[in-house]
Ligand binder design. Structure first.
Ligand SMILES: [Fe+2]
Ligand SMILES: [Fe+2]
Length: 336
């Protein structure tokens, strides 16, 4: 029986059958690739079956149940062990970051209200910017021979790749339907890039903490959304972009951005839209942990490099041309 939906999740009336097909669901008008091909469905089904056999979902659900264990969901935890002398600097940096994040969150909530997908589209457009900014600066350091840690560039690219797929999912759900939403999100992203580059050059610790605050907010936003709309989301199909990303045969980059996990320890289950948002939320938790790790200088290891470290410790040694921020880099290059 067809029923009219008043939920902000649906662009038009949906059916009450479970699960609805894309032809009648709210996803249909925004599908980028049209009808899924038979081979694609078979491939997805084969991967799903294989993962069920391996029993990896159980492990994932267990570890995803408390993705921010010991960290808390608020954005105001002191996160960096520091010497007494620099304590006040760290506190000042973190206070500024928390104030800035809270201000932007307040504006976004006021602008988007219950237009969830438009808000998520804005969030994901902004979300990948800092990782590109980090890579830009690290690339410059590498060019000048100041800083050559492949792990950082690898992990940040994988983080950016993950956020890019979140963005594709939000686009497929119609988050970019209005030009004003696109304009606002891209306008913010443009300035955010330059702000992050400047902040990262002056204080990588501060820039990583700022990103941690943003990722915490993303985690809380998706968590709240899941709790409010669980039943409705479970009746809706997963977007193709999500199936292609989470159920891909090659999950090297998916493993790579989760610096606190060993490769292969998390294999998502995607049966409906609820599962998609659960995984997006859990991705945000992993970003948050990675950003926290990065705030201690030289602490980040690629999950794949960590495996190599067990075999050849020389790969884990920080090179002599290590530096922290542009001032430190220039100072060290002049005194060398
Ligand atoms: Fe995201
Ligand atoms: Fe994120």
């Amino acid at each position: 029986m067809a029923v009219a939906s008043t939920s902000p999740l649906s662009a038009k009336p949906t059916t009450a059958t479970s699960p609805p097909t894309p032809a009648f669901g709210f996803l249909a008008p925004r599908s980028r690739r049209g009808r899924a091909t038979a081979w694609r469905s078979l491939l997805v089904e084969a991967i799903r079956t294989q993962r069920e056999k391996q029993g990896t979902e159980g492990h994932f659900e267990e570890s995803a149940a408390a993705p921010l264990d010991g960290v808390g969901v608020g954005a105001d935890d002191p996160v960096v062990p520091s010497s007494d002398a620099s304590d006040w600097v760290v506190k000042l940096e973190q206070s500024f970051n928390i104030f800035a994040t809270d201000s932007v969150i307040m504006v976004l909530k006021g602008v988007y209200r219950d237009r969830y997908y438009a808000r998520f589209f804005a969030l994901e457009t902004i979300a990948r910017v800092p990782y590109f900014a980090f890579i830009s600066v690290l690339h410059m350091y590498s060019t000048f021979g100041w800083w050559r840690r492949a792990d950082y560039i690898k992990v940040h690219f994988a983080q950016s790749w993950n956020e890019f797929h979140h963005l594709l999912i939000m686009e497929e759900l119609g988050g970019n339907s209005l030009w004003i939403d696109c304009f606002l999100a891209r306008f913010m992203a443009f300035f955010y890039y330059f702000v992050t580059v400047a902040m990262y050059m002056l204080s990588p610790r501060m820039a990583y903490h700022f990103s941690e605050c943003v990722e915490r907010h993303a985690y809380s936003t998706y968590d709240e959304f899941l709790k409010l709309h669980e039943e409705e989301l479970k009746r809706l199909p997963a977007p193709e972009a999500a199936l292609e990303y989470y159920l891909n045969e090659d999950l090297y980059l998916f493993d790579e951005f989760q610096a606190s996990r060993s490769p292969g320890s998390r294999r998502p289950k995607i049966d409906n839209l609820y599962d998609v948002f659960v995984n997006i939320r859990d991705d945000e938790a992993e970003h948050c942990k990675t950003m926290k790790t990065c705030q201690t200088h030289g602490n980040l290891r690629s999950p794949h490099s960590t495996q190599n470290c067990l075999e050849a410790d020389t790969e884990c040694v920080i090179p002599e041309n290590d530096c922290e921020g542009i001032v430190d880099c220039v100072k060290k290059s002049l005194t060398k």
